[in-house]
Design a protein. Sequence first.
Length: 228
Amino acid sequence: MIIYGKQVCLYALEQHESLVKTVYLAKKGLLSQPLFDRYKPRIKFLENKWAQSMSKGGNHQGILLEISDFEQHSFAQIKQSDFIVILDGLTDAGNIGAIVRSAYALGADAIIAAGVRQLNFAAITRTSSGALLDMPMMVSANILDHLNELHQLGFVSYGASMEGEVIQTMTFSPKRILVLGSEGEGLSKRVRAKVKKTVSIEMKHQFDSLNVSAAGAILIHRMGYAVE
């Protein structure tokens, strides 16, 4: 898959050399000398118009990488975690990438995407600033079955909802799941019926809600530290 942009590409080059197939440069001087020497056999220079074509008009900042396709983790691997984030019907790569970035930075162990058939992992890698390369993630076609199994394993699920219990006063199970609903609809009815508790963020001023990625970051941070 192709990723582009200086921040995510430099992260991949520095942290995930084994994934990198080809380095495409449309500008000189983007790589430090050690990085340039390390990847020299895999570097190709190209004109800006070709870089624009490869990035489909995106802001490539003069660097693109061809890297190995993202490999999803299995549910058998993910259920070994302590803190799982489930995305229920989220589709926007920008929001998903931001959540992946926050989840990795703030201590969630794995992510399950549900209510979608497939995701653009190249775009999510880019919008997560490369955090997806280090975050176990899978797409689930059977989220209700997976939730049932996780509950049987001792997990407690917490669904984000404006009507939920205020997280500032809560502590959370050591084996915990945060479920975030879609950007427009919130939690789907079938998932809402399955979660054990609903949680909300207390607002200082009257306001409808936060963007799902911003709310997710706050909830992940709280659930990462306020553990029973």
